[in-house]
Write a protein that binds this ligand. Structure first.
Ligand code: SF4
Length: 258
């Protein structure tokens, strides 16, 4: 079959630098012999059929909000206030503001990034600037936008100085906030974007390239690993792989109970 995308979806894929007619996720036999493939054409409004040989889930990450933590009992507003006032790690000293998260609190989709950068620190919202624009285009290709059907959050709520990598103790201090966001949101699918999101959600230090292409679990919630949009801006050749990851997530979402 051939891929059937409407004009809007084609335009979004073009924004991502992806040719719309490229085959999407292929069954194993098709991967071995792409010359023979006549790829089915999934309608993006509907989940695609699950490949018969798709590997099962890999790992369940331990939910790390301690039962004794008051964070575990917080509602959205209280949690946002707690983040805004947090001084649990050294990152509080250099931030302009905390970056709590944005989106639809009834969303099926949760996108988890790493940490605020300069623009996020200025605006108080995750994924802004060029990387945010690319994420928005990726979401639009799925028929989503950052205010509807999606919630977007980072592992860290404060910007590391000079955009350095988060330190393990900073991640450990901040993780309970993300855990509580996940508990409150109860998403049906999580997109883990980038190494630190993966480490936090799956407890894995494996590289993205080794983890993507299959469905993992955070508790009972399916997790699909993909590249961070900032990485894709530096490595546009991997945008097609990111599109494959989005299709995999769409497929995994379709297998979840509604
Ligand atoms: S990064 Fe997280 S733990 Fe550290 S001060 Fe900010 S909100 Fe608190």
């Amino acid at each position: 079959m051939t891929v059937r995308l409407d004009e809007r979806q084609r335009a979004m894929l073009a924004e991502m630098g992806i040719r719309w007619y490229e085959p999407l996720v292929l069954a194993d036999a098709e991967r071995r012999d792409p010359a023979t493939v006549q790829e089915p054409a999934p309608d993006l409004a509907r989940p695609r059929a699950r490949p018969a040989a798709e590997p099962a889930v890999t790992r369940t990450a331990e939910v790390m909000v301690a039962e004794s933590s008051p964070v575990e009992l917080m509602g959205w507003d209280e949690l946002r206030q707690a983040v805004a006032a947090c001084q649990a790690c050294q990152l509080c000293t250099g931030r302009r503001q905390t970056v709590f998260g944005v989106g639809d609190r009834q969303a099926d989709w949760l996108v988890v990034g790493e940490a605020p950068g300069e623009n996020e620190d200025l605006q108080g919202e995750p994924f802004v600037g060029s990387a945010g624009k690319l994420l928005d285009n990726m979401l639009k290709a799925l028929g989503l936008d950052r205010r509807h059907k999606v919630y977007i959050a980072n592992v860290l709520k404060c910007r590391p100085p000079a955009n350095r990598n988060p330190l393990p103790q900073e991640v450990a201090q901040c993780e309970p906030f993300l855990r509580r966001q996940i508990q409150l949101l109860q998403p049906r699918i999580i997109l883990a974007m980038g190494r630190f999101a993966v480490q936090s959600l799956l407890g894995s230090n494996d590289p993205i390239g080794k983890l993507r292409g299959r469905v993992h679990r955070h508790g009972e919630i399916p997790v699909v690993v993909t590249y961070h949009p900032a990485y894709l801006l530096r490595n546009p050749a991997d945008k097609a792989r990111a599109w494959d990851d989005l299709c995999l997530a769409l497929d995994a979402l379709g297998r979840q109970p509604g």
